[in-house]
Design a protein around this ligand. Sequence first.
Ligand SMILES: [Zn+2]
Length: 141
Amino acid sequence: MEQLITIKTYTYPHEVYVERGKLESEGIETFLKDETTVQVYNFYSNAVGGIKLQVFSEDVNRALAILDSVKETVPKLVVFSKKEIENTSVCPFCGSDNIGKKKNANWLTLIPYLLVGFILPVYGKSYLCFDCDKRWRIKLF
Ligand SMILES: [Zn+2]
């Protein structure tokens, strides 16, 4: 009989979607536990132990290996100093002006930033380029 095993827990829903999508695309069936609770009561995420990502016991080893490889492909947040960026309204990587800033973001555009937004509060606004999908921040000093 197949058994569901929790391979990872997540505090925020957006974190699980990225990695779950990767597992599903590799043909691994996944299940989420406590997802609704966390979505509705985000604040209580820690109380319920976060969202649990589960797979069948026979898929555990493969799933963990895939999650390891996902980690390496998540785009890194590049940090620039103010000196390095003269024009903050274009992407420093591809020059596109189709970029988003964390400031004034609504809930939906905020989601990409949640991945990195709480980690380095000493830095200023964070940016996202919608054309090349790079993310960056500019140091305040
Ligand atoms: Zn770009």
